[in-house]
Structures are given as C-alpha cells and as structure tokens.
Write a protein of this length. Structure first.
Length: 323
C-alpha cells in the first residue's frame, strides 16, 4: 500500500476510531466504578446493620447527618439545573434585569438555611460523638440495652501487618482472631508497635486510630451472637490488605470454655516470641494463633519501647524476602 493510500485510509478511519474509543472509555470507567463499589460499599452496609448499642448510636448519627445534608445538596443540584436551563444564552424569554441589586427573601434563604443546617449538624454530631465516646463513662451504661456486667478488658497491639489481642485478666493472647462474650461490655486498650493503623469492626463499633507510642481506647458491646469482620481502615504498608480478623461473639459459657481451651495451648507469648511476631510479615493466610500465657506488662512494654525509639525495619524494598 502506498503512503498516500495509507494516509487516506487513516483519515477515513479516524472518525470511526474516535467514535468507538469514546464509548469504550466510558464503558471502561463505568466497569471500573462498578468493580470498586463492593469495596467502597461493604463498610457502609455493615455500619448500617449494627449488632450493638454503640454501633446503633453511630448508625443513627450517620443517617441523620445524611438527611440534613441531603436537604441542602438535593435542592442545590435541582436549582442549578433549573438556572442553567432558564438562563441559557439561547433562552430569550428569561428576562434581563441590569438594575436588579438585591432580594431580602433570597438573602434570608441563602444565609438562613445553611446556618440552620450547620447548627443542626453541630448538635447531632456533638451528641452522637458523646454517645459513643470510649472515654465517656456512660458510653455503654446510658444505652437502654446496656449490660450491668463489668467490662472485659482486651489489649490490642497493631503489628506490621497483624492484630495481636491480649486478654490481661485471663492471661492469654490470640493472633488474627478475637473472641467476645455476648451482652457484655468490652473495653479495648490499643497501641501500635509500628505505624498508625485504624481499628474497625463496622457492625460493633466505629473506627479508632491506633498510634505508635500512644494508648487509646475503644468500647463496644455485642448483643447478637455471630462472627463479625474486623480490619484496619488505614493504609499502613505492603501487607495492609491482609490485616483482617474475625470477631466471634459467643455465649458467656462458650467464652469461658474457649478461654480454658486457649490455656491448654503449647505456645507462650514471651518477650522473645513477641519480637518474632513484631517483625514485618505479610500473612496472607491469617491463620489464628493462641497463646496460653503472656509476658507480664507486655502492653506497657510495647509503648515504652516505641517511645524509646524501637523500630522494626521493613526490608520489602531492600531486596530481602519477607515471611
């Protein structure tokens, strides 16, 4: 084929390629969005299906906030479309008022409605935050479904890239799995041995950041038996995608039996064993591990070590193979 013929063919096919390319690009964008919807929607759907008083309080705050904001956003979108259509250049019936300067009614609407909305949002957010504040003594007790049982304390240590759970009163620990008794308050004490993470069990409690060298708290109560998904909601490195765990909520008697079984484990969470677990590890299988004893004061020891400058280097980009 000569150069002239090839050029003519190219010129002829260019509109066809352009006409095909645009729908394909649009279809690709729609497909990418559709594929990403489950990842984006799953935490939201789980949050809207609470299984405890703290999670129900957070769902109420989320829904009320969405309704108040929709009362502003939806009319704004509708009015924008109306104005664009009514005052377009081709519409000669729109009218022309060069001497127009102000409208008291419009001024009141423009300033009054946002001020009312901000005031309502502030009230809802403040009361909702107080109702689920883990540092508030009545965060559980003030709920109608609250239990009068004493809270179960659990120490949570975020590692690269796993969750370590220590039951200080039972002197046991687990990795990748969490066991809770139903209808009993649970108070988490959280810290990180490495970088900032976010502890999140959507159906039981909202996310809370877990920071190195700091001690934070979270509070929840599960009033339905079942298995709930927990994970890190903050990107924290190469193994972040596998930083998930199962939360098993069982009857009180079943919880006591589970504690007794864990106490028979041959593994012990000594200081040396903890140092092994703290090394950066991409654990794609997430197989649970159980420890029948725990080194005394491990949680405080982790905080002190981080504050003293203790780090666990990640060799992923240095050519060294991780576990």
């Amino acid at each position: 084929m000569s150069y002239q013929n090839a050029a003519r063919l190219d010129a002829t096919m260019r509109p066809v390629r352009r006409a095909v390319r645009r729908p394909m690009q649009a279809a690709g964008a729609v497909a990418l969005f559709a594929l990403s919807l489950p990842a984006m929607a799953t935490p939201l759907f789980l949050t809207l299906d609470p299984a405890g008083p703290v999670a129900r309080s957070e769902r109420y705050t989320l829904i009320v906030d969405a309704i108040i904001m929709s009362a502003i956003v939806i009319p704004t979108i509708v009015l924008t479309v109306i104005f664009l259509r009514r005052y377009r250049a081709s519409n000669t019936k729109a009218g022309y008022a060069p001497a127009w300067s102000r409208s008291i009614g419009l001024e009141i609407a423009m300033w009054g409605i946002p001020l009312i909305a901000v005031g309502l949002l502030s009230y809802v957010v403040y009361t909702g935050t107080q109702a689920s504040d883990p540092y508030h003594p009545g965060a559980i007790e003030d709920h109608p479904a609250a239990s009068s049982q004493p809270a179960l304390n659990i120490d949570v240590i975020a590692l690269d890239w796993r969750w370590l759970f220590v039951y200080p009163e039972q002197h046991i620990a687990t990795l990748h799995t969490l066991e809770l008794p139903v209808n009993r308050p649970v108070r988490f004490h959280l810290t990180s041995a490495t970088v900032t993470n976010s502890f999140f069990i959507p159906r039981l409690a909202g996310q809370i950041y877990v920071m190195p060298g700091m001690h934070t708290q979270q509070l929840l109560q599960a009033d339905q038996r079942g298995t709930y998904t927990g994970f890190s909601a903050a990107q924290s490195g190469a193994g972040f995608s596998w930083m998930r765990f199962k939360t098993h909520v069982v009857a009180p008697a079943a919880f006591q039996s589970w504690v007794a079984r864990v106490k028979t484990s041959s593994q012990h969470l000594t200081d040396a064993r903890y140092e092994q677990l703290a090394q950066p590890t991409i654990d794609t299988q997430g197989k649970p591990q159980y420890f029948s004893s725990v080194a005394p004061g491990l949680f405080d020891h982790v905080i002190d070590e981080v504050r003293a400058g203790k780090v666990y280097p990640t060799h992923l980009f240095a050519g060294k193979k991780m576990k």
